[in-house]
Ligand binder design. Structure first.
Ligand code: FES
Length: 667
């Protein structure tokens, strides 16, 4: 009778008795231990590496010795010579049990490992990508047993990987025979697995067949904003973000804001196709930048995910956005959309898989769904208000019990448009402002310069003021008493910087080429924008039956760069403890990245989106009421005045960190 030995895996703690001569990989599979393999146990990939622990382990009730495994054989020796194998490490697919043993599965050998926090992925995430790689040895054709190359490939995937019910993307077929022969009947098939993962063992689609053993594959995640398009390229195996890039959305030439782009489509036959082509061209260009920055081949990018507001979502997918231009704002679909790169004219392998997150409502898009996934209010007890501030603010309020969403027409003022000296966030734009409460003299800091204007190293010539700068300027003027609570710039004999401008007054923030003024119209534009945002938040709070929220998350390029304190001073969002208000970064893009790296997240957001209750601001009379009430600058001014005196934020470059590649910003 075959002897049985005890085998324990850490860190999972899974254990079982197995007949001697069982490979560690087989035992791991039987116990459901997370041990990777791309080569199917042939000693090629090294993903099954484990560390053998030696000694007494009372916690596990085991005495473990390296000698309780079969000796290192030619396969492991060959691997060690080619790739290296650290002392005490063995290949799980070849090492056979011959006595009680404790083995540790290091993070690099786990399929579902956690990735560490990074700027592009500001949370821990288990890697479980949609695309998996499977090395197979395929039977050569045989006159005595005729069958097609595809049939033999499918048979090999079933026999060697237990993959059944596979489909094959039609774009794979033309190159299939060449790949099989170039690899001498050894190939690596990349399979796009369906989600949820319980279906992973069947029903996938073969998206590429490459000769020999290939264990790398990449994916890209895009946030398609109406102003900026930003993307990340990630290694699908490690989850590492290898490059990030951003560009202005070229659709701007058809209209600055969303509605003017819909108008363009309405007025011009074929206009939607122009806008679709423009955004796809932009994405194709960015993919080129990403693969170049990361030093990878475009054809090895096998998956893409995307988010965008409803109009960007529709235009990217080639849907006519006209219905989104007016009530009742009907979406073509509010389900997640899956396509192939070839279907969307994307310059990737034609079979590359494209996944677009679901929209929430006609005004609340897949970008808001991405924000919800990244911020996860539904995973918390506290009531979270998450706001993605753009030309249309998308607002989500809720916790694990209930989620509400709305959008609010804030207009482009927060992005520097409609502001007399406004400009996009780019070097030279004033982004930080302080005003001395006594002298009423300003200190400013501009993007691209870490020094304040009164410091010796300041060298930037300010060219205008961006969204976060205008918020600070107006909030500081309010705290300094130059702007009244109802938003009027007051004539002052304390400073020569307040000057009459016809029937109103303006404040000279910067004297130079050009002069940069804060005008009464600028204050009004910000008041209108912030009142719309505040009213949308209040409306959701009414529906939730609450007058307070526990935490506020400000997302998007603008939201992430405004100082929470000044957002509270001006009342962009309802009152909340300052410590509970924070920047969420590009939460929409993070959500896209999460669905690229973990297919379970696709099922999760698709399910969560279905539970979100939509609130339509346009038909709610209370929205107007809240809007009017929110025009003034709020109460608690003394709290804020005190806090504002203390606050000194780091320069934007410090806040965002250096990244490879360019990133688009609008804040
Ligand atoms: Fe590939 Fe062991 S499974 S080397």
């Amino acid at each position: 009778m075959t002897r049985e030995s005890l085998l324990v895996f850490t860190p999972s703690g899974r254990r079982g008795r197995f007949p001697d001569e069982t490979t560690l990989l087989d035992a791991a599979r039987q116990l459901g231990v997370d041990l990777d393999s791309v080569c199917g146990g042939r000693g090629i990939c090294g993903r099954c590496r484990v560390e053998v622990m030696e000694g007494d382990f009372p916690k596990h009730g085991i005495h473990s010795e390296a000698a309780h495994l079969s000796p290192i054989g030619p396969v492991e020796l060959d691997f060690a010579q080619r790739r290296g194998l650290a002392d005490g490490h063995r290949l799980g697919c070849t090492a056979r049990l011959r006595g009680d043993l404790l083995v540790d599965v290091p993070a690099e050998s786990q399929v579902h490992r956690q990735v560490v926090r990074k700027e592009a992925l500001p949370l821990e995430l288990e890697i479980d990508p949609v695309i998996t790689q499977h090395y197979v040895e395929v039977a050569a054709p045989d006159l005595a047993d005729p069958s097609s190359d595809l049939r033999r490939l499918l048979a090999a995937l079933e026999q060697q990987w237990d993959l059944t019910g596979l489909d094959v993307d039609p774009a794979v077929l033309p190159g299939l025979q060449a790949a099989l022969r170039a690899g001498d009947w050894k190939v690596t098939a990349a399979v796009s697995n369906p989600h949820p993962p319980v279906l992973a063992r069947s029903g996938g689609v073969i998206v590429s067949v490459r000769p020999g053993f290939q264990d790398y594959a990449y994916g890209v995640a895009f946030d398609i904003g109406s102003t900026t398009v930003a993307g990340h390229l990630a290694d699908l195996h490690t989850g590492e973000v290898l490059a990030s890039a951003g560009a202005m959305n070229p659709q701007i030439r058809f209209g600055e804001d969303l509605m003017s782009r819909v108008s363009y489509v309405m007025m011009n036959p074929g206009g939607a196709a122009d806008l679709t082509a423009a955004v796809r061209d932009c994405i194709n260009g960015l993919i080129g930048e990403l693969v170049e920055a990361a030093g990878v081949e475009r054809d090895d990018v096998l998956a893409m995910t995307a988010v965008g507001n409803p109009i960007m979502h529709h235009l990217f997918l080639g849907f006519d956005p006209i219905e989104l231009g007016g009530a009742p704002f009907a979406l073509v679909t509010d389900l997640a959309v899956e396509r192939r790169a070839a279907d969307l004219a994307l310059d990737l392998l034609p079979s590359a898989r494209i996944y677009v997150l679901p929209c929430i409502a006609g005004h609340v898009g897949a970008d808001a769904a991405g924000m919800v996934l990244a911020e996860g209010p539904y995973r918390r007890d506290e009531l979270t208000l998450a706001v993605d501030v753009g030309t249309n603010a998308e607002i989500v309020l809720g916790n694990r019990h209930r989620l509400l969403a709305a959008s609010s027409p804030t207009g482009p003022a927060f992005e520097g448009a409609q502001i007399s000296s406004g400009q996009r966030a780019a070097p030279g734009a004033i982004e930080r402002v302080r005003i001395d409460r006594t002298t009423l003299e300003p200190r400013i800091r501009a993007i691209g310069d870490r020094h304040w204007s009164d410091e010796p190293g300041f060298s930037m010539v300010p060219t205008g003021i961006c969204g976060s700068g205008i918020i600070e300027a107006i909030a500081e003027l309010f705290l300094a008493g130059i702007i009244s609570p109802d938003g009027v710039i007051i004539e002052s004999d304390r400073t020569a910087r307040v000057r009459r401008d016809d029937r109103t007054f303006s404040y000279l923030l910067w004297e130079g080429e050009p002069d940069i003024w804060i005008t009464q119209n600028d204050v009004r534009a910000i008041q209108l924008a912030k009142a719309a945002l505040h009213a949308g938040c209040k409306l959701l709070m009414d529906h939730m039956g609450t007058t307070t929220v526990d935490r506020i998350r400000l997302a998007g390029a603008f939201g992430s760069h405004i100082d929470p304190l000044y957002a509270l001073v001006l009342g962009l969002v309802p009152d909340c403890d300052l410590e509970a208000v924070g920047a969420a970064g590009n939460a929409a893009g993070t959500g896209a990245l999460m669905t690229l790296l973990n297919r379970d997240k696709r099922a999760e957001i698709e399910q969560v989106v279905r539970t979100i209750e939509k609130v339509e601001t346009a038909v709610e009379p209370r929205f107007q009421e809240h809007f009017v009430n929110a025009m003034a600058f709020p109460h608690r001014i003394d709290d804020y005045r005190h806090l504002a005196a203390e606050v000194e934020l780091p320069a934007r470059a410090e806040m965002t960190g250096a990244r490879r590649g360019r990133r688009g910003r609008t804040g």
